[in-house]
Ligand binder design. Structure first.
Ligand SMILES: CC/C=C\CC(=O)SCCNC(=O)CCNC(=O)[C@H](O)C(C)(C)COP(=O)(O)OP(=O)(O)OC[C@H]1O[C@@H](n2cnc3c(N)ncnc32)[C@H](O)[C@@H]1OP(=O)(O)O
Length: 525
């Protein structure tokens, strides 16, 4: 498998953020979450059976629309406002269950294992149920079955159920994405991992045929902190001890406390980390030995990006490599060497798709470049919003296509020009330059060069900087800056594919690519 999603999530994601400082939020988290400090590793169920959390100030209850339509005063003052008012009133009447949200909302979370519970006859198929005789309503949900408090009780008390993700205990994106895949599998053999920062509490899924696993770990530093790590690969469970130290580093960075201001570069402060933890997914490329962009990896990347984009809990992705010393070696040359034109065309379309998706992503993408980053690897990094490169002279970055006897397509050239300017691109593209970190920083190819062990924390700090901007403003600006470049490819996608295929399928180019691959293999020997 090629990708690891590793997401650190805070369980109570619905605490109000507006009007509440992060420190207050942290205090509330401590107050509300009754889980004890230590949990025996691999206990089958968490000690707390069910937790009610009252979340206040989620919005005022909308007044029911008076029967006569928009008030006359409003109509007289502004016809537009009146029209808007009328349409919202209509929406309220049309969908009373959604609109009449109680001012104070109670979400129910349970950390009991799921068990089948017969559906309450009050619950209608499709998910909506009405509280008897009350204006308030609740959403029925399969997850509600896990809660020992019945839907009936909750409805009677005016509870509005949280969406599925909130009802699931410590939900994580991996769990949400791939829930169906591992839900029914037996738990795998226990993995024990414990140190002074983190202890593994439970491992979910992970047995064949599931390709996904999840580790729930407890962060000792934060009494109420639960860490969820997801993974996808064949030898997944044995990875746990490897994954955990990685997570531990994040915890250590975060545990430096609020004094570790962003500007020191020492990593984000604790509350900031908490906040970020809810929003940021870390995606690790894993296609050993060099993360070459095989068709499978390209496809997985596109799918994963799409899923993260659609999951509204995410605002950013940190993209990094799981292979030592290499971020990404670019196109997998074996996908275009000695292959038929149809395969090359399919491959190139996947490459275009990945670039388009990344370049126009509404999420903040930060590349934590922890290894060599030539050609296609550089394309991936360039389509991110920000690049942090590890300071190692062997980790060079750039577009070296000409050295292989091939040419960067126009959209890649445009991306290069947009990043480092016309003259620098002209030189670098023709010479096939691969820049060592200091030069890459100087030319503007990367935004930060930091010691290798600080790449992740710096990427997180950068993410914080980008996420400090309101999403809609940042997204529209990004679109404004990048759309023209992307549109150019969108208009000529087929022609670009044809160009690429007819070019790489030429005998001379095939010979040149073969020779390059051979050189790489011999260099190793
Ligand atoms: C059309 C425009 C768009 C994009 C163009 C491209 O992306 S073309 C691809 C350009 N890529 C490169 O030029 C990178 C070539 N690779 C390297 O320079 C080094 O491999 C690298 C990444 C610096 C890592 O060095 P390291 O010493 O760690 O590994 P090594 O060279 O020994 O390679 C290990 C095995 O991986 C194979 N390999 C390397 N790169 C690729 C690749 N791009 N595609 C396919 N396979 C690759 C290499 O042959 C070794 O194979 P092995 O069978 O183990 O000998």
């Amino acid at each position: 498998m090629d990708l690891i999603h590793c997401c650190v999530r805070w369980p109570w994601k619905n605490f109000p953020t507006s009007k509440t400082s992060l420190f207050q939020k942290e205090e509330r988290l401590r107050h509300y979450n009754p889980l004890p400090l230590t949990v025996p590793a691999f206990s089958n169920r968490m000690p707390a059976q069910c937790v009610f959390s009252r979340i206040e100030g989620k919005g005022k209850r909308s007044p029911p629309p008076p029967p006569g339509g928009a008030p006359a005063k409003l109509a007289a003052a502004s016809p537009v406002a009146s029209r808007k008012w009328r349409s919202s009133a209509h929406a309220l009447r049309g969908a009373p269950r959604r609109a009449q949200t109680p001012g104070s909302v109670t979400y129910v979370q349970s950390n009991l294992p799921r068990r089948p519970v017969p559906r309450s006859p009050r619950l209608r198929p499709g998910g909506a149920a009405r509280a008897p005789g009350a204006g308030r309503t609740a959403r029925s949900h399969p997850g509600a079955a896990t809660c020992p408090f019945s839907a009936k009780m909750a409805l009677a008390s005016g509870v509005r159920f949280a969406p599925r993700a909130l009802l699931r205990p410590w939900s994580s994106p991996v769990e949400l994405f791939h829930h169906d895949r591992y839900r029914h599998h037996e738990p795998p053999a226990p993995v024990h991992y414990e140190d002074k920062h983190v202890s593994v509490v439970k491992v979910w899924g992970g047995t064949e045929p599931s390709r996904y696993f999840l580790i729930t770990a407890r962060i000792h530093k934060w009494p109420s902190g639960i860490l969820r790590l997801g993974g996808i690969n064949g030898d997944d469970i044995s990875e746990a001890p490897r994954v955990c130290p990685w997570a531990r580093r994040w915890v250590q960075t975060a545990s430096a406390g609020p004094a570790a201001a962003l500007s020191t570069g020492a990593g984000p402060s604790l509350p900031l980390f908490l906040l970020l933890a809810e929003w940021v997914a870390v995606m690790k490329l894993r296609n050993p030995p060099v993360n070459a962009l095989s068709l499978e990896l390209l496809t997985e990347l596109v799918i994963s990006l799409e899923k993260l984009e659609n999951d509204k809990t995410f605002r950013g992705i940190i993209l990094t490599s799981d292979c030592p010393r290499v971020f990404c070696a670019g196109l997998d040359l074996t996908e275009i060497c000695g292959r038929n034109p149809a395969h090359c065309a399919e491959y190139w379309k996947a490459m275009q798709e990945l670039w388009l998706r990344m370049y126009l992503s509404s999420l903040v993408l930060v590349a934590a470049i922890n290894g060599a980053c030539p050609a296609g690897g550089c394309i991936i990094a360039l389509s991110c919003d920000c690049r942090v490169l590890a300071d190692n002279p062997k980790y060079r970055i750039g577009l070296n296509e000409t050295l292989l006897g091939i040419i960067a397509p126009f959209w890649l050239k445009d991306t290069y020009v947009n990043t480092i300017g016309h003259r620098a691109s002209e030189q670098a593209l023709q010479l096939g330059s691969l820049f060592p970190p200091a030069e890459a920083l100087q030319v503007g190819l990367v935004d930060q060069v930091v010691p290798e062990d600080q790449v992740q924390s710096t990427a997180l700090s950068e993410m914080a900087r980008w996420l400090a901007v309101p999403d809609h403003a940042r997204q529209l600006t990004k679109n404004m800056m990048r759309k023209a470049t992307a549109d150019r490819l969108l208009r000529q996608r087929d022609a670009d594919t044809q160009n690429f295929v007819s070019f790489v399928c030429r005998d001379s180019i095939q010979k040149s690519l073969q020779a390059y691959l051979e050189k790489l293999r011999q260099r190793k020997g």
